[in-house]
Design a protein around this ligand. Structure first.
Ligand code: NIG
Ligand code: FE
Length: 403
C-alpha cells in the first residue's frame, strides 16, 4: 500500500526555481510512498489530497530543506594519516609526501590490510556522522584498493551503506594512484584499470567512473583512455581535475560530457567554457582547500558568470579532507569561496544531485523523492552561518523517518 502522509507547519525551502530560496512559510508536504505528491502553502492544499492519509505530522514552524547530498567522498579506507598532517604542518607539501611514497599509497596499504568487515564498521560510522547533519544521498569512490579484488571489496562495502537507509552511488576510481606493483608502468596500470571496469560494472558495483588527472597521478592521455572505456560501457564519468595544477583535465572531461569536474582550483578559462558547454557541474571541495592550506581559490566568480552549476561536497578522505561535516562545508564555501548561502545550499542539494545524474531529488517539488531535513532555524542562511552547531531535528528519507 502507498502510504500517504501529511506534513504540516513547515517553513519550506523548496529551491524550486533557478534562483531564490523558494520559501513557503506555512507549508505542507504530502508524501506518497517514497515520493512527494504535493508541496505548497496550507491555504492552497486541495482537500481531496487529505483523504486516505495514513499519518499526519506537525512540523511546528521548523525549517524544511531538501535532504543533503554528499556527491564526492572517499569514505571507505583503512587507517588514518595524522602523522602526515604533522609533516605538512612542519612544511612538507601534499605532493612531496605523495612522491616519497606516502599519501594515497599509505592508505592503499592500510586498506588492503583491512578486512571487509572492519572496513564496513569504519565506513558505517563515518556515514552515520554525515547523517547526523542531514545526509540522505551519498556518493563513495573506490581508489584505495587499486587491484580488481581490493577495488571490488571497497565498492561492496560502499554499496552496503545503503542499509543505513541512504541512497548510495558508487564511483570506480581505479585511476587514483599507481599501486607499488606497477611502479614505473603507469600505462600498464591504466590497461589493467580498463580491463577491470566491465567486471566491476557487471557485478553492479559501478555507477560512474572517476580519475585523478594530475602530475602526481595520471596524465590527460591516460585519463582519456579510462574515459573511452567508460563510454564504451555506458558509464558516466567525472574527474579530479586541476586540484594542484592545470592539466587541461576539465576540458577533457567536458569532451566526455562528464557529470562533474571536482576541485578546480587551477582551472583555466578554456576549461570553464568547456564545462559550460557540456553542462558539467563544478564540484567545489572547501574541506580539501582548507586542510591542504591551499591559497589558490577556485574561480567561483568566473564559474558563476559562465553559468556553470556549482556543487559542494566533503571530499571525505584521510589525506586531504578528513572532515565529516556537511554544514561546515556550507560555511567554508561562503567564507573561503565567497559563495552565497543560497548557492552553497543549492550545491549540497540541487547541483549535488545533478553531479550524480539523479534528477529525482534536490528540491522540494511534487514528483521528487520525499527526502528532506527538518531544522531548528528561522531562515536557511543560518545553516551556512553557524559552524560547530547542528540544528537538525529530523531527517526523512523516502517518506520514512531516518532519525
Ligand atoms: O580528492 N585528489 C585525490 N584524491 C583525494 C585525496 C586522496 C588522499 O590523499 O588520500 C582528494 O583530495
Ligand atoms: Fe576526492
Amino acid at each position: 500500500m502507498n502510504r500517504r502522509q501529511l506534513w504540516r507547519g513547515g517553513h519550506l525551502v523548496t529551491l524550486q526555481e533557478k534562483q531564490g530560496w523558494g520559501l513557503v512559510p506555512d507549508g505542507v508536504l504530502i508524501t506518497e510512498g517514497d515520493h512527494l505528491r504535493w508541496v505548497g502553502p496550507l491555504a492552497d492544499l486541495p482537500p481531496t489530497l487529505c483523504q486516505g492519509l495514513t499519518a499526519e505530522h506537525d512540523l511546528q514552524g521548523a525549517l524544511v530543506t531538501p535532504g543533503l547530498i554528499d556527491a564526492h567522498t572517499h569514505l571507505v579506507y583503512g587507517g588514518e594519516r595524522s602523522a602526515e598532517f604533522e609533516l605538512r604542518l612542519q612544511g612538507a607539501s601534499y605532493e612531496d609526501i605523495a612522491r616519497a611514497g606516502g599519501g594515497i599509497r599509505s592508505t592503499v596499504a592500510a586498506t588492503r590490510a583491512a578486512s571487509e568487515a572492519d572496513l564496513q564498521v569504519a565506513a558505517d560510522a563515518r556515514a552515520r556522522t554525515l547523517m547526523a547533519e542531514g545526509l540522505t544521498t551519498l556518493e563513495v569512490k573506490s581508489g584505495y584498493g587499486l587491484s580488481l579484488e581490493e577495488e571490488a571489496k571497497c565498492l561492496r562495502v560502499a554499496r552496503r551503506l545503503s542499509s543505513l537507509g541512504l541512497t548510495v552511488r558508487t564511483t570506480f576510481l581505479g585511476a587514483h594512484a599507481l599501486p607499488p606493483e606497477f611502479d614505473g608502468r603507469a600505462d600498464d596500470y591504466v590497461d589493467a584499470v580498463c580491463a577491470w571496469m566491465p567486471r566491476l560494472r557487471d557485478e553492479g558495483l559501478v555507477d560512474a567512473v572517476d580519475a585523478f588527472c594530475e602530475r602526481i597521478a595520471f596524465s590527460p592521455a591516460q585519463t582519456r583512455r579510462v574515459f573511452e572505456t567508460a563510454r564504451q560501457l555506458g558509464l558516466p564519468v567525472k574527474l579530479h581535475a586541476e586540484q594542484l595544477s592545470d592539466q587541461g583535465g576539465a576540458a577533457l572531461a567536458a569532451e566526455f560530457q562528464a557529470l562533474s569536474c571536482d576541485h578546480l582550483e587551477f582551472v583555466s578559462d578554456d576549461g570553464i567554457q568547456a564545462m559550460a558547454r557540456s553542462g558539467t557541474v563544478a564540484m567545489l571541495l572547501p574541506g580539501a582547500f582548507y586542510f591542504l592550506r591551499e591559497t589558490r581559490l577556485p574561480p567561483v566568480a568566473a564559474l558563476r558568470a559562465a553559468g556553470v552549476p556549482m556543487a559542494l561536497a566533503t571530499d571525505h578522505n584521510p589525506g586531504s579532507s578528513p572532515g565529516l561535516s556537511l554544514l561546515l562545508m556550507l560555511n567554508m564555501a561562503c567564507t573561503f569561496f565567497r559563495m552565497t548561502p543560497e548557492e552553497a545550499l543549492r550545491g549540497l542539494t540541487v547541483y549535488a544531485a545533478r553531479a550524480l545524474g539523479l534528477p529525482d531529488r534536490g528540491q522540494l517539488v511534487a514528483g521528487q523523492r520525499a527526502d528532506f531535513c527538518v531544522w531548528d532555524a528561522a531562515h536557511p542562511r543560518e545553516l551556512a552561518y553557524y559552524f560547530g552547531r547542528n540544528p537538525r531535528r529530523a531527517t526523512v528519507i523516502g517518506g520514512r523517518h531516518a532519525g
